[in-house]
Design a protein around this ligand. Structure first.
Ligand code: MSP
Length: 466
């Protein structure tokens, strides 16, 4: 039976058009999805938009639109952006989809039936930017760390609560280890946070009209995060033939929403009696000059600007090469251009055009190429900068080096030494290219098409220097 693989990105808030922070998560998930397809697995790659809640309602009001009109305007912009970046998602979920709404209501009812929901009054500071209550220890100078230029709102209202502390007590083997949560340093942060956790999770809102009604209390709507997290599961219920993809193999998220994905989501699922996902991976953030890149801070780089300047494959490569898998990474146009010129224009692109010119007329046999296990482990662990380096260190650099040593251009065209050397170098270039295929699908396809047969005189796929 074909192995199944289900990978998700966070569903993005529609109050913002995508910037390269969003793009890095989506590209990394796409690389993983493509790599698993390359391994012959049946993949379900899910992304989408998070459309309910106070933040979206406020953004819609600012534009003089109803919340749904506003979402209908922005959600397609995400799809367009993802298409420009060659994101091969299988389904794009929107939380305003009535099929999703039904699953949310059924799940919340199930949790209530299982005795994990109670009502109480909530008092506390709320950050609309995060759509989350903030405890005093999470604030710096009375402000949210992620949204320092936004004022917090004081909430005091009756809410429905998920008894997270009881779920945790009832499932000690899950919450004592969080064995599915990666990387380890971020898992430890979550474990520490569980230890000092004092509150359960409020899962409804009395004053937010833009949301899914609580089935037994229509005065209240479902808290936007509770609604949003369920997208991962709901899609497997209503997208045809996808039920057997649950539980998800990987939820890829940014570190800012790790708590929701590594703790609250598991609490919700266990309370409903549903299997939990196999892995949550929380990456770090892109910064510009030390600050998190975000629309509210006004320091964003838009993915389409990169595509316009460098092309889609180079954009994907540069994002993979700078992917903040573990630590925050500072990103600037200068650094991106440097990577482009060093790795793609001067190195890979130059090698491709030199080999193409030297090997014109040669016939290259198509060979079965095995992707290295060591490389696949890097992809599976989102060690994308190191995966990129691995290809250059093991293939591109040695081929270039040998080319300069052997100097085939000094040998006669029919010299067997020259022919054997070129065939071997092109064979290695093709191995490198098959490894790079999930990262640069089009460039890889062009290179493979150029070399995996009789090499003709024609324009080779190169990355021009910028
Ligand atoms: N809607 C919620 C997620 C719900 S998932 C059930 C949300 N949306 S968001 O639009 O704010 O997107 C957050 C995600 O975008 C982060 O988890 C991360 O994947 C990505 N990034 C946003 N800014 C980023 C950076 N500056 N750097 C890297 N990734 C960042 O939260």
């Amino acid at each position: 039976m074909t192995k199944k693989f289900f990978v998700t990105t966070p569903i993005y808030y529609v109050n913002d058009v995508p910037h390269i922070g969003h793009a890095c998560t989506t590209i990394a998930a796409d690389i993983l999805a493509r790599s698993h397809r390359q391994r012959g697995e049946e993949v379900f790659f899910l992304t989408g938009t998070d459309e309910h809640g106070a933040k979206i309602a406020q953004a819609a009001e600012k534009e003089g639109l109803s919340p749904l009109e506003f979402c209908d305007k922005i959600a397609p912009q995400f799809e367009e952006n993802w298409k420009k970046l060659d994101i091969s998602y299988d389904y794009f979920i929107r939380t305003t989809n009535p099929e999703h709404e039904k699953v949310v209501q059924a799940l919340i009812l199930k949790i209530k039936e299982n005795g994990y929901i109670y009502d109480a009054t909530y008092k506390g500071w709320y950050c609309v930017g995060c759509e989350a209550f903030k405890t005093p220890d999470e604030l710096v100078d009375g402000k949210c760390v992620e949204h320092p230029n936004k004022d917090l709102e004081w909430y005091e209202e009756k809410n429905w609560f998920l008894n997270l502390r009881k779920v945790i007590a009832d499932n000690p083997t899950v919450f004592e280890k969080l064995a599915y949560s990666f990387p380890e340093n971020k898992r430890n942060e979550m474990l520490g946070k569980i230890k000092i956790m004092e509150n359960d999770v409020s899962i409804s809102r009395a004053n937010v009209k833009w949301g899914i009604p609580i089935p037994w209390d229509t005065e209240q709507t479902v808290y936007v995060w509770f609604d949003a997290l369920i997208n991962y599961y709901s899609a497997t219920r209503f997208v045809d033939g996808k039920a057997e993809f649950w539980p998800a193999d990987v939820h890829l998220v940014g570190k800012g929403i790790n708590w929701f994905h590594s703790v609250i989501w598991q609490g919700m699922l266990l309370a409903a009696g549903i299997d939990i996902p196999k892995k949550v991976f929380a990456h770090s953030h892109y910064n510009t000059a030390g600050q998190k890149m975000s629309k509210s801070l006004g320091n964003v780089i838009a993915p389409f600007e990169l595509v316009n300047k460098f092309g889609v494959d180079a954009t994907r490569y540069m994002i993979a090469k700078s992917f903040p898998e573990n630590d925050d990474s500072d990103i600037t146009w200068e650094k991106l251009t440097e990577t482009y010129n060093a790795d793609l224009a001067n190195n890979l692109g130059n090698l491709v055009s030199r080999l193409a010119a030297l090997a014109e007329g040669l016939e290259i046999d198509k060979k079965e190429i095995k992707i290295s296990i060591e490389y696949l482990e890097k992809i599976d662990n989102f060690a994308l900068p190191s995966a990129c380096e691995w290809v250059f260190k093991n293939y591109i650099d040695p081929i270039n080096q040998k080319l300069n040593e052997v100097k085939p251009w000094k040998l006669e065209a029919n010299d067997p030494v020259r022919i054997t050397f070129l065939k071997e170098s092109i064979g290695n270039l093709l191995i490198a290219t098959h490894h790079l295929k999930p990262i640069m699908p089009n460039a890889a396809k062009d290179i493979i098409e150029h070399f995996e047969r009789k090499i003709e005189k024609k324009q080779t796929p190169v990355f021009a220097r910028i």
